[in-house]
Design a protein around this ligand. Structure first.
Ligand code: F6R
Length: 619
């Protein structure tokens, strides 16, 4: 959840690390800190509670010069947000510093062991045991060999950790190491300068040449590059990945928030998601990176989708799509549940993880369960080179570009589009879809980016959503209803509203209304219904009538020319017509904009809502 940035080169390290941290602030943001190896050879530490701006101000008031530094944004696990709990943490003599992303599960035991050896703790964090252990081994047993001391320290730790170590005694190197699924460690290779970051947006301004550390690997990083070892000290050869993301894609540009930018660029991001995957000559979808051989595909008799949060809701749409187009049974599970319920997994199963970050700890653990059971594993993932992409048998990239706003928007529509492509692909390879169906579906999906672009452009040009939010942002509870393929959109719309505006919202399958939630409806509880003209349209209309009969306001996502709904509902959020199986991708967009505008009116921190972090790398 935390963000780590390191730099070693010839330039002033503090500003480079600070800029890198800005790109990662979405990962966690209750405090931040930095250690710079000053030109006099001493480590200077600056730490501050709150947003990164506070650390930036501290550095402006008390600048530090030096060409080697490591920085951190924190999302508290052990110990409340405070200056003393902010990273970096230092050894008793102040000569070694450590930043960490992850959790030391046995920290109580290690802490009392270290206290018994005379160490005094100055914070409540688990990280402080790491720096004391490194110090201890450095002076006792490792004979001043810092890399060996780091290795021995990692052997003592339980739980996932990604760390960076800097020492006054080794002014020309940084050490990075990774244990378990603690979030990424990406090493960016420049010209006579090298960078470390938890995630690639922090590197894009400087380099596209990146090496990723796997679990149980470490790197000794110098200005000239890095050397790699496993945790037994054996040298490793690592391959360099070229990242093709445009650095500007990680900038906010003219938009007020990243989330706003990411909503309104969905016309383009969907074009990228589809690029190279539609073969109109042969009426096929091309998904080579899935790596599913014809023989393996014939064996598959079940798909299990594992994911968390918004990605889980994409999975619910995926179930609908795969069952419909490929006639394979699909189970969708929260990764956090799947991993702990001894799931039944067999080599005949395709286990599909959906994850924007590719680093969500529960999703990675669910994939491990799937691998243990011998399943074919695949991931729909956005972050290039992330852990999910590296450990799965097959990968389908979302190609949405960096998503910085904590609330997921363009990654959701990209995942659902990828799920559509996967469902089509499985249907085509299994011989389920005939040529006419394939032609119809391919033509429909090809219109998706254009229709999304039009919907978003119309919304951008008008002040419709601002007015709507003005009218409704004072309400405390909302109900979202959807049915069939759009049931998941009700869940996702409600999640978007609650996570950024802090308004309570529930997403419900419309058919379940009468079995409980209808008791809640009155004039204080607006209902959002997703009611395009699809196979369950009539049922949704009767839902609107039932809400209206109880004096509830109805906000409907419906086709622009649907006069009938316009008469019944209080408000219509218009979407263009498209093939029913693709409606979720358009229907979610008005709900994203509505949530965004409501949050803006309520004055919340849209891009970094309280208590949330973009990559959930701890349990
Ligand atoms: C909500 C949101 C989260 C994520 C969830 C999974 O807007 O962003 O619910 O969807 O934490 O994250 P990934 O997709 O990175 O595994």
């Amino acid at each position: 959840m935390c963000g780590i940035v390191g730099y070693i080169g010839a330039r002033q390290a503090a500003s480079i690390v600070l800029n890198g941290l800005r790109q990662l602030e979405y990962r966690g943001y209750d405090s931040a800190g930095m250690a710079v190896l000053g030109s006099d050879g001493s480590l200077q530490i600056r730490r501050e509670v709150g947003k990164l701006g506070n650390l930036a101000q501290l550095l402006a008031e008390a600048p530090v010069e030096g060409a080697v530094a490591v920085g951190h944004t924190r999302w508290a696990t052990h110990g409340p947000p405070s200056q003393r709990n902010a990273h970096p943490h230092r050894s008793p003599d102040g000569r070694i510093v450590v930043v960490q992303n992850g959790i030391v599960e046995n920290f109580a035991e290690l802490r009392s062991r270290l206290q018994g050896q005379g160490y005094t703790f100055h914070s409540d964090t688990d990280t402080e045991v790491i720096v004391h252990l490194v110090h201890r081994y450095y002076h006792n047993g490792c004979d001043g060999d810092l890399a060996a001391a780091v290795r021995k320290t990692l052997a003592d730790l339980k739980g996932p950790s990604a760390i960076v170590v800097l020492s006054e005694d080794y002014p020309d190197q940084l050490i990075a190491a990774r244990l378990g699924n603690a979030g990424g460690v990406a090493i960016g290779l420049g010209e006579d300068e090298t960078f470390i970051a938890s995630d690639i947006p922090a590197l894009l301004q400087h380099t596209r040449q990146v090496v990723f550390l796997e679990t149980r690997q470490m790197a000794i990083i110098t200005r000239q590059g890095a050397t790699y070892f496993d945790l037994e000290g054996q040298p490793l050869h690592k391959t360099t990945t070229t990242i093709d993301w445009d650095p500007q894609a990680a900038e906010k540009g003219e938009f007020a928030h990243y989330m706003q930018k990411e909503i309104f660029e969905q016309g383009r991001s969907l074009t990228d998601t589809l690029r190279g995957r539609l073969d109109f000559v042969n009426q096929r979808v091309v998904l080579d990176s899935l790596n599913l051989s014809a023989a393996k595909l014939q064996e598959i008799d079940k798909v299990t989708i594992v994911a968390c949060g918004t990605s889980y809701y994409a999975g619910l749409v995926g179930k609908y799509l795969i069952e419909r187009l490929a006639r394979l049974p699909v189970e969708v599970d929260y990764a956090s549940e799947f991993r702990y319920r001894s799931p039944i997994v067999s080599p005949r199963h395709l286990v599909l993880a959906i994850t924007q970050s590719g680093e969500t700890v529960d999703t990675l653990a669910a994939l491990e369960e799937a691998r243990k059971g011998g399943a074919f594993t695949a991931t729909i993932v956005n972050a290039i080179g992330s852990q999910a992409a590296r450990i799965c048998d097959g990968v389908i990239y979302m190609q949405a570009g960096p998503e910085i706003g904590v609330a997921s928007t363009k990654a959701f529509t990209a995942s659902v589009t990828d799920l559509f492509l996967l469902a089509f692909y499985l249907g085509q390879e299994r011989g389920i879809l005939n040529e006419a169906e394939r032609t119809e579906l391919l033509q429909a999906v090809a219109t998706l980016p254009g229709l999304a672009g039009t919907l978003l452009e119309d919304a951008w040009q008008s002040n419709f959503y601002q007015q709507l939010a003005e009218q409704f942002h004072g309400f405390h509870n909302f109900l979202y209803l959807g049915r069939g393929i759009n049931y998941a959109i009700a869940r996702e719309g409600a999640l978007k509203l609650k996570e950024i505006s802090y308004i309570h919202a529930e997403g419900y399958p419309a058919g379940e209304m009468k079995h409980g939630p209808i008791a809640l409806i009155d004039e204080k509880m607006p209902t959002v219904v997703i009611a395009p003209r699809d196979s369950v349209y009539d049922k949704m209309v009767s839902q609107v009538e039932q809400v209206k009969a109880r004096r509830g306001a109805v906000l409907a996502v419906a086709h622009a020319d649907d006069e009938y709904i316009r008469q019944k509902a209080d408000v219509v959020m218009p979407i263009p017509k498209i093939h029913e199986l693709l409606t979720p991708i358009l229907a979610v967009m008005p709900l994203q904009i509505l949530a965004y505008e409501m949050a803006v009116r309520r004055g919340t921190d849209v891009d970094q809502p309280r208590n949330l972090a973009k990559s959930v790398t701890v349990e």
